[in-house]
Design a protein around this ligand. Structure first.
Ligand SMILES: *Cc1c(COP(=O)(O)O)cnc(C)c1O
Length: 457
């Protein structure tokens, strides 16, 4: 029922891919609190050089450059899978009987199946440009490891991925996919690092955690000549690269004569949401619009809605610098029954500051309601959404139903970050009715929050 000539899917021309990323920090009235070293002193660019390549260390701390040129080599690979389509969810609107217009930016149209490739390509490019030989990273569910495997292969870099052991066992296809792109995938804890060996010695059956995998990846990066470490979310540099999502959305909506009233995205470490909202938040901060921005997180890992705005480590192993962010404590472990992704204890410092200052809202949703929304979306829009993305779908449906009650014809834009083909075990649980919801108690949260570093309070 396309009306007004607005197509179901609008694909911009590849020559319209933005030439620059937008650095959201540069437009903020107040800056996020600075990154600190564990001793409480300011982290400067050179402190980051052992871990990150130089250009990325620079981007991490650059709060003033508004627009950053996207290197030609990065644009060239973006052109292989971008621009990502802006879609109008006509069938979902009709099913809900809502006067709202629902748009979504679909980032799942690449082999890695998510938006993560946007930053993986950039990070691999800068590592290669600096003359590095290889990079290391960790992966939990496997999307980041897959995206980075593609990017590393493309630029001819070696890649070592520490994959949380329990995930490697549960998601063998993700491992095979990374290996197809020639990445070396090691189940973590492994016997290739001091950290890993120490853990295995005291607990040979340890099933691993993201924190351990990060510690192993960093250890290898800082002790191997020509290697650096890369991370797929949370960091300022990752939000910068992901601004391509928002900039393309802004351009496509403009072509249609549209502007969102509400922008909705799922929030794990905050990179897709930070990227999607970048140009819209830029204008909101400048007083040019009055849009609502909504972050959607799982009720089982509620960093924004129940966390503390405090300095914390970015990893469970407590080896990284400290960032001030909404956090549940670096030792927080989401319940094992949580299938829906977005399991990170902290949140992007940029988004944390915007949320703290009232520029955006956050809600938490339970996973069974997320999969209900995912299934409805799959049926109507013929895309099998990733569980992470489906958090945004759930919130969008609720928003559209509110519009139905009030009769407001709002324009909603949400981020469809990826596809769910590797999450079929979770879909299977939902289909069979065995999926359960878990919400941590206040006591659970107090326990992990009690362990926050005593810095900056
Ligand atoms: C990793 C991932 C997310 C969450 O990460 P953010 O950094 O919060 O964007 C969301 N959706 C998909 C498909 C992912 O792979």
């Amino acid at each position: 029922m396309a009306e007004n000539n607005i197509p179901h899917r609008l694909y911009l021309h590849e020559n319209e891919i933005p030439a620059k990323w937008y650095n959201l920090r540069a437009g903020m009235k107040e800056q996020p609190d600075p990154m600190l070293l564990p001793d409480g002193t300011l982290a400067r660019e050179e402190h980051l050089y052992p871990v990150f390549c130089k250009e990325l260390a620079h981007q991490e701390l650059d709060a003033t450059t508004e627009y950053v040129d996207i290197p030609k080599e990065v644009i060239d690979i973006y052109k292989v899978y971008r621009p990502a389509p802006l879609c109008r969810a006509y069938d979902l609107e009709e099913y809900l009987g809502t006067p709202a217009k629902i748009y979504y930016k679909f980032e799942g149209n690449n082999t890695s199946g998510s938006h993560k490739l946007n930053s993986a390509v950039a990070q691999a490019y800068y590592a290669k440009a600096e003359g590095l030989k290889g990079i290391t990273t960790e992966t939990g569910a496997g999307q980041w490891g897959t995206a980075l495997s593609e990017a590393a292969r493309y630029f001819g870099l070696d890649l070592v991925v520490y994959m949380v052991k329990v995930s490697a066992e549960q998601k063998p296809f993700r491992k095979i996919m990374m290996e197809t792109f020639e990445a070396k995938v090691l189940a973590s804890p492994s016997d290739t690092t001091n950290v890993g060996r120490a853990i295995l010695e005291s607990d040979p059956d340890n099933s691993g955690s993201l924190g351990t995998a990060i510690s192993e990846a960093i250890e290898v990066a800082v002790t191997t000549e020509g290697y650096r470490y890369v991370l797929g979310s949370v960091l300022n540099q990752v939000l910068l690269h992901q601004s391509i999502i928002g900039l393309e959305s802004e351009l496509a909506l403009k072509r249609l004569g549209e502007y969102p009233d509400v922008v909705i995205g799922c929030a794990g470490g905050g990179s897709n949401l930070g990227g999607l909202i970048a140009p819209f938040m830029r204008d909101k901060i400048a007083g040019k619009n009055d849009i609502r921005v909504v972050a959607v997180e799982p009720a089982s890992c509620p960093s924004f809605t129940r966390g503390k705005y405090a300095y914390d480590f970015c990893d469970t192993g407590k080896t990284t610098p400290l960032a001030r962010m909404y956090t549940l404590g670096s030792g927080f472990k989401p319940s094992a029954n949580h299938a829906g992704g977005l399991r990170y204890h902290g949140m992007s410092p940029i988004l944390s500051k915007l949320y703290h200052d009232g520029y955006m809202e956050a809600i938490a949703v339970e996973q069974s309601s997320v999969f209900e929304a995912a299934k409805l979306f799959a049926r109507l829009e013929t895309i099998l959404p990733a569980p992470e993305s489906s958090h945004a779908i759930k919130a969008t449906i609720d928003e559209a139903l509110k519009c139905k009650e009030t009769g407001e014809a709002k324009t909603i834009l949400f981020g469809l970050t990826g596809t769910g083909y590797f999450d079929l075990n979770a879909y299977d649980q939902y289909n069979k009715g065995t999926m359960t919801d878990h919400i941590p108690t206040d006591e659970d949260l107090e326990k992990s929050l009690a362990d926050l570093p005593q810095i900056g309070i």
